[in-house]
Write a protein that binds this ligand. Structure first.
Ligand code: PBG
Ligand code: ZN
Length: 323
């Protein structure tokens, strides 16, 4: 009885045959940060290996991604001008719309996902329009401009829309807006269970989206709440989401498993900036075997129930899978 397991461990073919969880390059979505200009590729201090890039550099990056076998990207925009309503995000010539068009022209086979939110576009750094007292985000006013933003992305040629602001009713609103504009086939990947997390710190450096006052606790979830976390994803499934998501990933793998077992949709995890930075800096300082820990972490996400992994490690993983 014990021998059976020992033999499984000894023979590498048997080990492969009996492996329960596998990772493939097809599991990944790679995040890209785009800003205006030319020839710009600025490394983010808190995330070595991650860059803010101008569109020409993004196009080169897509070429490299294709050779690695990565075809899915998620785009974040850093506009030149921010204002109270995030106008750049609502304009057909804004940074994201322009980038989608450029990518689709040069690399039509790339699968372009767009993050749909306002924190990168507003001068106050919150994920929507503020209420009249300027204390917190006005949910329903934000729903209206989110629908506009979705149409801008769809018109520009996006392949999938990923609303990340966690406004109440966002999925039903976007589904209806997309359908009535003729985009019935546009999939929606909801950031359905998104916690108010300290792990987003480095992202807010790169996306230049730190709120100028307060925090996002009024629209993101309390990390202590399990039942509420499950309910949020179930609600988005009912509203018509096509893919659900848990974000961040590492500290929330119990939630991943539970959502997986209680919904029927594909499930994504967002392996966020702070999680990337922790491994990166531990690796750079030779405190861990970086490549081994990265792969172990990815297997952990899959084992917990993730079908899709959004990760800054995607290129490294693709290279490791090749050798
Ligand atoms: C925008 C958004 C954020 C992330 C993805 N989309 C930041 C936030 O909610 O503050 C975080 C991703 C990361 O940390 O890598 N709402
Ligand atoms: Zn946001």
């Amino acid at each position: 009885m014990f021998q059976r397991f020992r033999r499984t461990r000894l023979n590498k073919h048997l080990r492969a045959l009996t492996r329960e969880t596998t990772i493939s390059v097809n599991d990944f979505i790679y995040p890209l940060f785009v800003r205006s200009g030319e020839g710009i590729k600025t490394e983010v201090a808190s995330m070595p290996g991650v860059y803010q890039m101008s569109i020409d550099e993004i196009l080169k990056e897509c070429q490299e991604l294709k050779t690695l076998g990565i075809y899915a990207i998620i785009l974040f925009g850093i506009p030149d001008v921010k204002d109270s309503v995030g106008s750049d995000a609502l304009c057909d010539h804004g940074i994201i719309a322009t980038t989608i068009k450029a990518i689709k022209k040069e690399h039509p086979e790339m699968f372009v996902v767009t993050d749909l939110c306002f924190c990168e576009y507003t001068d106050h750094g919150h994920c929507g329009i503020l209420d009249h007292k300027h204390e917190t985000v006005h949910n329903d006013a934000t729903l209206k401009i989110s629908a506009q933003q979705a149409i801008v992305h769809a018109k520009a040629g996006a392949d999938m829309i990923a609303p990340s602001g966690m406004m109440d009713g966002i999925i039903a609103t976007l589904r209806e807006a997309l359908d009535s504009a003729g985009y019935e086939n546009m999939p929606i990947m909801s950031y359905s269970t998104k916690f108010a997390s300290g792990y987003y710190g480095p992202f807010r450096d790169v996306a230049e989206s730190t709120p100028s006052f307060g925090d996002r606790a009024s629209y993101q979830m309390d990390p202590a709440n399990r039942r509420e976390a499950i309910a949020e994803s179930i609600a988005d499934e009912a509203q018509g989401a096509d893919i659900l998501m848990v974000k961040p990933a590492l500290a929330y793998l119990d939630i991943v498993r539970e959502i997986k077992d209680n919904t029927t949709l594909p499930l994504a995890v967002y392996n966020v900036s702070g999680e990337y930075a922790m491994l990166k800096f531990a690796g750079v300082n030779n405190l861990i075997d970086y490549e081994r820990v990265v792969m172990e972490t990815m297997i952990g996400f899959k084992r917990a129930g993730a079908d899709i992994i959004i990760s800054y490690h995607a290129k490294e993983v693709a290279k490791l899978l090749q050798c």
